[in-house]
Design a protein around this ligand. Structure first.
Ligand SMILES: [Fe+2]
Length: 229
């Protein structure tokens, strides 16, 4: 009996619900590990703090909406499209990139050339993955991204405060207020999984983008590229 079958027997969930729960648990464990690997903010120098915020901005400001648009273009289900549309509407109407820019400037942490170059190789890998427009793997990546961002906000806000900033709209909007977005993307993922139910284990086809994004986030935290030269 496969791991999915045993979950089904135990809970009487539908196959898609059981699979989504399995995926969610895996993505949460990656987020747990990433958050646990963050350097202690007390031990960071001002330059290291600035670097983390600057690289985060270099990754997020110009790419979040782009990648969410890729998820929209790839999605085959009406449910996922409708969830992504709501997400994009909020991003564009409230200009989350402008909100992020205000946050970064208030912390004196605009990305430098060095920041941009540090994340470039891993960023390119994620962009190329998005370009392949595989619906369920992109939804898995974006569900992971959104839930990671939401749990990362207290740390990011703490770094900015230590930089002398009092600007917290970006971190508040994406932290406590953003639990619904993460849940919505998991529903969208479930809809895509139901559409193309795959007999393979999730690890065989679903996590490429998740793993590429994890490497990019690790690079964002320490400035060291994870792509072999
Ligand atoms: Fe946003």
């Amino acid at each position: 009996m496969s791991s999915i079958d045993s979950v089904l027997v135990a809970s009487k969930e539908t196959p898609t619900e059981a699979l989504t729960d399995t995926v969610k648990a895996y993505l949460n464990s990656i987020t747990d590990d990433l958050l646990a690997s963050l350097p202690d903010a007390d031990r960071l120098t001002p330059s290291e703090r600035r670097g983390i915020i600057g690289r985060y901005a270099a990754v997020l400001e110009g790419n979040f909406i782009y990648w969410m648009t890729g998820a929209y273009l790839a999605a085959g289900s009406e449910e996922a499209r409708s969830i992504i549309t709501d997400n994009l509407l909020e991003e564009v109407r409230d200009s989350h990139p402008a909100m992020l820019r205000r946050f970064v400037m208030a912390a004196n942490a605009l990305p430098t050339e060095e920041d941009v170059l540090a994340v470039a190789p891993n960023l390119l890998e994620v962009r190329l993955f998005i370009g392949r427009l595989s619906a369920a793997p992109i939804m898995a990546m974006m569900a992971f991204f959104e839930s990671f961002i939401q749990r990362f906000m207290p740390y990011l806000e703490d770094l900015a405060r230590r930089q002398g900033s009092t600007e917290d709209e970006y971190t508040q909007v994406h932290g406590v207020c953003d639990i619904g977005h993460s849940e919505g993307l998991f529903q969208g993922l479930a809809a895509e999984l139901a559409l193309t139910l795959d007999s393979r284990e999730p690890a065989e086809y679903l996590y490429e983008g998740v793993h590429l994004l994890r490497s990019l986030l690790e690079t964002t935290f320490d400035g060291r590229s994870r792509v072999a030269a």
